[in-house]
Design a protein around this ligand. Structure first.
Ligand code: 16G
Ligand code: MG
Length: 557
């Protein structure tokens, strides 16, 4: 293309963007000075009171994303998940209900860091050109939020951004993150052979509860499940779910349901607190009815993660606590699905995806049963790797995960004629599991029902589930460094390539311990480097973890 025509082509695109409206609206949303935002693994996340400009700009990009996808619905979720209440965040949801296509992430980062309306328009224009966005296509965007006090103000910025782009909008209101993912997928598949469910919140509860009722028919609950809702949106969603599932099928006691008290969200409770500290939510040991054998679980602040746990002895004793984390859920689910697939006689393969944080014992357990892949941290990596299996079970140790059934696998499950009553039963269970599992993203409510179904089918309590394998003692440490970006990894984050020489030192240290493993990676959500260590001998763990942390600190100095 000759230069003048290239310039006029660019001008034509810029004309297509509502530049005057963007300039006008921009005045209310200048970027706070001295801050660099990054669109990372979980969108943008920082203090809630400085996020308005990012929310406005993410809304502009979402409208473009919808146009790019032929006017299909996309989503915007305002949440900071397990972070404390003063934080907030925003993430974009693609039209199949998955995370935003990663090639768009750098545009998000550039747009939210633009220092003037002109710069912002230039970024958007570049995006329109490079990604060939047809601006004449109408945009459709749904938005939702969690319970944080900064949400109304941030949602307002989203709404203004969408209005600036002339997008059609749907206000989903208070939702869990996985509910918003569900709504996007359900809306876009409505009336097609892939129809995912009715695209309403009620449709979501209806789909889950019907599948659950089928799967636990004739197997009434033997115990009450105590749920720590992290004082977040999960409390609201669980209450709604309970309206759809009678107590004769599921006995739940919801705790930490206070979504009104300031500062309560994720404070001393929730999946992240329980997993990181390997203990009960703060003060739970004093609650009536919390005793040995009790089945417990915790959601995180936007209810896309869940971990289970139980007590082997008195609640006041630290040693009584036993964690059943994402790895244990993955093992339970992969094992069960593998059995069902074999019994059903369907020619499909179950596989499992983990990250380097998966406990070595869980990997060993799983590898004896199904193929296992390791990916870098972050849901999008696991999700994509899981898509390569017929039935892909993926879980991060922190409790985020789900199970994906490929279209071919679903078709085979629906078309296979059973060769025996046992095969027929297995096929029926698989069909209902496809409906029970939220395949768009990890979902605390759906995963909770899945665990309940499997435990009930096997007639297991937590202790029987726990006995599959014994976790290797493990520890996670944070090291604050000047520049975390000097740490570069490869091999699914299991090895450092930079700074040079550090990996060799770590290997040398690890070799001194029995059945030990350790790796170092820069965090994607906080300004620090994380050290993970695992040792065969519990007494040696601290020395290994601290030793690796010291090496990191020395190299970063
Ligand atoms: C984000 C990721 C989560 C990951 C965590 C790691 C999503 C939706 N969430 O919360 O999967 O485990 O980051 O945090 O992808 P880190 O990089 O700070 O260790
Ligand atoms: Mg979360």
């Amino acid at each position: 293309m000759s230069l003048p025509s290239a310039i006029s082509a660019a001008a034509a695109h810029t004309e297509g963007l509502p530049t005057m409206l963007i300039e006008e609206a921009y005045k209310e949303y200048p970027k706070p000075e001295g801050i660099k935002f990054t669109y990372g693994t979980a969108g943008i996340r920082t203090k809630g009171d400085i996020l308005q400009s990012s929310c406005f700009r993410m809304a502009l990009i979402s409208a473009l994303r919808s146009k790019k996808l032929g006017g299909k619905m996309v989503g915007v979720m305002v949440t900071a998940s397990h972070n404390l209440e003063e934080d907030n965040g925003i993430k974009a949801i693609d039209s199949r209900g998955e995370m935003l296509e990663s090639s768009w992430e750098p545009y998000c980062t550039e747009a939210v860091n633009a220092n003037s309306a002109k710069e912002l328009i230039a970024v958007l224009d570049q995006l329109v050109k490079t990604c060939k966005v047809d601006l004449s296509v109408p945009a459709l965007v749904i938005y939702g939020h969690d319970t944080r006090p900064t949400c109304p103000m941030l949602v307002k910025a989203v709404v203004e951004g969408l209005a600036t782009m002339g997008a059609t909008v749907i206000d989903a209101g208070l939702k869990t993150t996985p509910q918003l993912h569900y709504l996007v997928r359900a809306h876009n598949t409505q009336g097609t052979p892939d129809a995912y469910g009715e695209p309403t919140e009620m449709g979501y509860y209806d789909k889950l509860s019907k599948a659950f009722a089928k799967l636990v028919a004739g197997k009434p609950p033997k115990t009450t499940l105590v749920v720590d809702c992290a004082n977040g949106v999960g409390a609201y969603a669980l209450m709604q779910l309970q309206q759809h599932i009678p107590e004769s099928l599921l006995k739940v006691r919801a705790l930490r349901t206070d979504i009104k008290t300031r500062g309560a969200l994720n404070d001393g409770c929730g999946a992240d607190y329980v997993k990181t500290n390997q203990r009960l939510p703060l003060g739970l040991e004093k609650e009536k009815g919390i005793e040995a054998g009790q089945r417990l679980c915790s959601y995180d602040g936007d209810a896309d993660r869940i971990v289970y746990y139980y007590l082997r002895g008195p609640p006041q004793q630290k040693e009584s606590f036993r964690l059943l984390d994402g790895d244990k859920i993955a093992s339970l689910a992969a094992d069960h699905l593998n059995d069902l697939v074999k019994r059903a006689g369907v020619a499909i393969e179950v596989g499992c995806v983990q990250t380097a944080y998966a406990n070595g014992s869980s990997t060993k357990y799983l590898e004896q049963r199904v193929p296992v892949t390791c990916t870098p941290t972050g849901v999008k990596h696991l999700h994509h790797a899981a898509e390569r299996y017929d039935v892909g079970v993926y879980f991060e140790a922190n409790g985020h995960g789900t199970i994906l059934f490929s279209s071919e696998a679903q078709q085979k499950i629906h078309e296979t004629s059973p060769s025996s009553p046992a095969a027929e039963d297995a096929l029926e269970q698989l069909k209902s599991l496809i409906d029970l599992i939220n395949q768009t993203v990890g979902d605390a409510l759906s995963d909770m029902l899945l665990v309940e179904v499997i435990l009930r089918t096997k007639d297991w309590d937590c202790q029987e589930w726990d006995s599959a394998y014994e976790d290797l003692p493990n520890k996670l440490l944070k090291v604050n460094v000047k520049d975390r970006f000097m740490f570069v990894t490869e091999d699914a984050e299991r090895k450092l390539v930079k700074p040079e020489g550090l990996q060799a030192k770590i290997d040398e240290l690890v070799a001194k311990y029995k059945d030990a493993r350790s790796f170092v990676r820069p965090s994607g959500t906080e300004d620090c480097v994380r050290v993970y260590a695992e040792a065969g001998v519990a007494g040696e763990l601290n020395s290994l973890a601290n030793g690796v942390a010291k090496l990191v600190a020395d190299f970063a100095a």
